[in-house]
Structures are given as C-alpha cells and as structure tokens.
Design a binder for this molecule. Sequence first.
Ligand SMILES: Cc1cc2nc3c(=O)[nH]c(=O)nc-3n(C[C@H](O)[C@H](O)[C@H](O)COP(=O)(O)O)c2cc1C
Length: 175
Amino acid sequence: MTRIEIPSDRFIARPDSLWSRQWFALTSGNMAQNTFNTMTVAWGGFGTMWAKPFVQIVVRPSRYTFQFMEKHSSFTLCAFPKSYKKALQVLGTKSGRDCNKIAEAGLTPVSASVVAAPLFDEAELAIECRKMYWDDMKPENFLDKEIESNYPDGDYHRIYFGEIMAITGTERFNS
Ligand SMILES: Cc1cc2nc3c(=O)[nH]c(=O)nc-3n(C[C@H](O)[C@H](O)[C@H](O)COP(=O)(O)O)c2cc1C
C-alpha cells in the first residue's frame, strides 16, 4: 500500500478505536538478519514522554515476541484495512514458535525507513519505534482490584515505551 511520511505532530487518529477495534501488528527483530516475530496487540497508547513522541505497548513474557522485544532495540506497529482482520486474528492466536504465521496471514514484511524491525507492505499505518524504557506491571500497584482478573496465571505484562522515529500512513492519518 502507498503510504506517505507523516510528521508526528501531524499524525491524527482515534486512539481508542485504533487500539481496541482495529488492532496493531507488533513486530520486533531485525529485517536484514531475517530474524523477527509479530503478534497482535490491542492494549497501548500514544503520546509525549520526555518531550518525545512515544508509544506504550504491553507484552506478556510468555509471548515468543517477548524474546525479540528483549533482544532487539526497535519495534514497529502496523495497522491494516478491515479486510486484514483475519490476518490479525492469526497473528494474535498462533505463535511464531510453532509456525510461519506471517506467511499464513498473507502479509509481506518490508524494510522500515529508520529502524531495523520490519513493517508490512499491506499496512495503512506504520509506526517505527526505538525502545526507550521498560518496566514490569506490579500487582501491588493495581488500584482497581478487578485488574488482577487479567492475570490468572501471574503472567504480568512488561511495559515498553518506544520513541516514535517515523510514521508512514495513508492520507487519512495526516492532518
Ligand atoms: C486482539 C488481540 C489483542 C492482543 N493484545 C495483546 C497485547 O496487547 N499484549 C500481549 O502480550 N498479547 C496480546 N495478544 C495475544 C498475542 O497476540 C498472542 O498470544 C500471540 O499468539 C503471541 O504470538 P507469539 O507467541 O508469536 O509472540 C492479543 C491477541 C489478540 C487476538
């Protein structure tokens, strides 16, 4: 898909709808070394941190993608047109440990413009990030006790902040 470069201060989106309804493919690793993995994410956010544009994502240590997030310095987030919902279901239910789910989902990895982690050609929005911070979710800090019900196996997310290094997208993400 043809995407234009979007400066971070011109980027427009409906964040809640984008995360919770459209979902993202999170990819970490290195395209040149042909070592990367992708999974679907629906929890996260965008904003400003330490005066830089950033995204926050949360990854459970049990995910294969977690190993790539730990080892590599960059990650990307790709959002797709509605017709790719099935592809995101595949990426969000199968593990890269067991199969080539990217091929199964019918997606084409392509080099990003700035970071080592790849993007997907089919994306209508692609955000390239450099890892800048992490922390682990601490159950003792849950102010709403209902949050604990998300963690029946104690698989607390690791939180990552990524500095946004580049955004490309279709015209509708550009103001
Ligand atoms: C809609 C949707 C949203 C998801 N969001 C997250 C998330 O934000 N964080 C997370 O750790 N797992 C999330 N998952 C689960 C992973 O995508 C899933 O476990 C995936 O199979 C992991 O693949 P991997 O083992 O190849 O890394 C989500 C799954 C779906 C279907």
